[in-house]
Write a protein that binds this ligand. Structure first.
Ligand code: GLC
Length: 631
């Protein structure tokens, strides 16, 4: 039969109406279900008409699987979906949050905190576009990115009178809290930075044509992916930076600080928005009809779909997963459209079916969710191009993408100290020096310089993918007669006269989500002591590899001849070397306040007691030899 929904020339809304009219209730419910690949089977996908699959952090066909292996896996699931009764294609989702980071050999870009230091919206867009190519090459259509958490929290609210006569008050932004384990996934603390960096959505999805209806999902074509702005809303504003905690604020301040970046995403046609595990004033986001439906869908006009976070419905009741049916009722009624179950999907399907058949959830709510999901699938061209495109395999960590990542690394570096004073700069370093000492675990560890969400969920040490470590880049750039000595952890004392200078690369081991929440924000592996001991003997540049500002001992700051915040640069460590040896200048500026002592946190911003080590926006600049060439 010639169905309208199968006609690519028919208007999307007509295709949706036609398809919806033919769907059974179980098929509608299955479209609202996202399951993890490890529990997915082709037969279940075909028989149930499951709407979506995801790869959770690190979940792939096998260890070190290449892009083509991923594409084969994704296509197997998709072919099963195309054999379902109505042939509705699957949407396959993954956390490609700094490149296609689950996949071995993909280009790994700096994490968002480093991109925030660049304040370069066009760079963020280009990175989104490059990542989209590598994701589509792997047969995947959907990324749970960008994270547009605005890194503000409200330890306590201070209200200042705006003017003598006005009754309006402003709730001042009263703190910044790097203790949050997901700080590196955010673009920083300034809503204006976060808003400008949402250009990554256009990178992922493509540029909507002039006049595209605001809030309507848009995907340009087969080289783009469905994006997901997350985590709505206030995930980065919880008390004391506790992940999945409670953001306490007035609605006006929540809207001004945390909702605001979503306006930019919606204006770019973002297809999906993920709800946050966290709460607002004690109400879990996943059960907040006010924020999910009245604000996001009705007031802001978002017409894509809202997806839950992983097992977020289980976390609505305690103990975890108890009274699951009540949690489903609460979340779907609040406005969740697709549920990232991701494992116990048979239970989810049965409970939701019962809730619909018993009338507790009206079919109109189900239809609203399915319409939104189909709208995204039609807008993404999934019905026309459901399978992987092997012609894209050549884009994976291609020279152009490596250069783009290297540019991003360069622009993300923040120079915090350069010599004892501005008249005697320590950087750029002399690449023809006689002997250079390099120390620290992070100098030669690709996994550490990539951070969390790389190869595995948490990230890990070692050669986890292809790339260039900072040490490898140093060896490549120095003169033929220059000797580079690497000692991860120099034990015996160092003889000053043996070396021209030292480079100490220290920082954090990878972490993810709540595993990254930290109360002390110390440099790991005694890196501060190591750097300090070396700096006692030899003029030393200290490079910090971290997902956020860390506690810097005043002695270390005093002893270091120079100090650079490199964040989590990713696979192209040569971007760091381009700048410290002077080919390019420093231009990065802090995306977050750098505290003096964790006892100051949450930092009292815009108040007399705001006394940071380095304020947000701080960064020394230098000029590079190649920058001049750029003209
Ligand atoms: C995680 C994260 C979310 C991610 C999702 C799928 O728990 O909170 O950011 O997209 O699960 O991996």
């Amino acid at each position: 039969m010639n169905f309208i929904y199968k006609d690519p020339l028919a208007p999307i809304e007509a295709r949706i109406k036609d398809l919806l009219s033919q769907m059974t209730i179980p098929e509608k419910i299955a479209q609202m279900t996202q399951i993890e690949r490890s529990v997915a089977t082709p037969s279940a996908i075909k028989d149930l008409s499951i709407g979506s699959i995801l790869s959770a952090g690190g979940s792939g066909p096998f260890e070190n699987a290449k892009t083509s292996d991923w594409a084969a896996m994704a296509d197997t699931f998709q072919k099963a979906a195309l054999q379902s009764r109505l042939g509705i294609p699957l949407l396959y989702g993954i956390d490609a949050v700094h490149g296609n980071n689950n996949v071995y050999g993909a280009t790994i870009f700096p994490h968002n905190i480093g991109l925030g230091a660049t304040r370069d919206a066009d760079l963020a867009r280009r990175i989104g576009a490059a990542a989209a190519l590598e994701v589509r090459a792997s047969g995947i259509h959907y990324t749970f990115a960008p994270c547009v958490a605005n890194h503000e929290c409200f330890g306590e609210t201070r209200v200042d009178k705006l003017s003598d006569d006005a009754n309006m008050f402003v709730v001042s932004l009263v703190c910044r809290d790097p203790r949050w384990g997901r700080a590196y996934e955010s673009f920083g603390e300034d809503p204006q930075i976060v808003k400008m960096m949402t250009s990554m959505v256009t990178g992922f999805q493509g540029q909507p044509p002039h006049g595209h209806p605001s809030g309507y999902p848009f995907v340009a074509g087969r080289e783009n992916v469905v994006a997901c702005a997350k985590h709505f809303v206030g995930d980065g504003g919880t008390r004391n930076g506790v992940n999945e905690g409670d953001t306490v604020s007035s609605y006006d301040e929540l809207e001004r600080t945390h909702v605001s970046p979503y306006l930019d995403c919606i204006a770019q046609g973002v297809c999906t928005i993920m709800a946050s595990y966290s709460s607002w004033n004690g109400t879990k986001l996943h059960s907040s009809r006010f924020l999910l439906t009245e604000i996001l869908k009705e007031k802001l006009g978002f017409k894509g779909f809202i997806i839950s976070d992983s097992e977020a419905l289980d976390r609505l009741s305690s103990p975890h997963g108890s009274n699951y049916q009540q949690s489903i009722l609460s979340a779907i009624t609040a406005g969740i459209d697709m549920v990232m179950v991701p494992l116990r999907y048979q239970l989810f399907l049965a409970d939701l079916l019962h809730l619909v058949e018993s009338g507790k959830i009206p079919i109109t709510r189900i239809d609203d969710a399915v319409v939104r999901i189909l709208r995204v699938k039609f807008a993404a061209g999934l019905f026309e191009h459901p399978l992987s495109d092997s012609s894209l395999l050549g884009t994976v960590r291609c020279e152009q993408h490596k250069q783009l990542a290297r540019e991003a690394v360069r622009k993300s570096l923040v120079l915090l100290k350069n010599g004892p004073d501005s008249t005697r700069p320590f950087l750029p370093l002399d690449r023809n020096a006689k002997r250079i000492l390099v120390v620290g675990k992070h100098a030669d560890d690709l996994g550490y310089q990539c951070g969390g969400w790389t190869a595995t969920w948490e990230g890990k040490s070692g050669r986890i993918t292809t790339g260039t470590t900072i040490l490898e880049a140093i060896r490549e750039v120095v003169g033929a007669k220059t000797e580079v000595i690497y000692e991860e952890n120099p034990s015996e004392s160092i003889n000053r006269s043996d070396y021209s200078f030292a480079i100490a690369v220290v920082g954090e081991a990878p972490y993810v989500e709540s595993g990254g929440d930290s109360s002390d924000l110390k440099i790991h592996f005694n890196g501060a002591e190591l750097a300090s001991a070396v700096a006692d003997q030899v003029p030393t540049l200290v490079i910090l590899i971290s997902g956020r500002p860390l506690a810097i001992d005043p002695q270390l700051l005093n002893k270091a001849h120079a100090l650079v915040a490199a964040w989590l640069p990713g696979s192209e460590g040569n971007g760091v070397v381009d700048v410290i040896f002077g080919d390019h200048g420093f231009q990065g500026r802090l995306p977050m306040t750098w505290f003096k002592d964790v006892a100051q946190l949450p930092m009292q911003a815009e108040s007399n007691s705001y006394d940071p080590l380095f304020p947000v926006g701080y960064g020394l600049t230098t000029s590079g030899s190649n920058d001049a060439l750029k003209g």
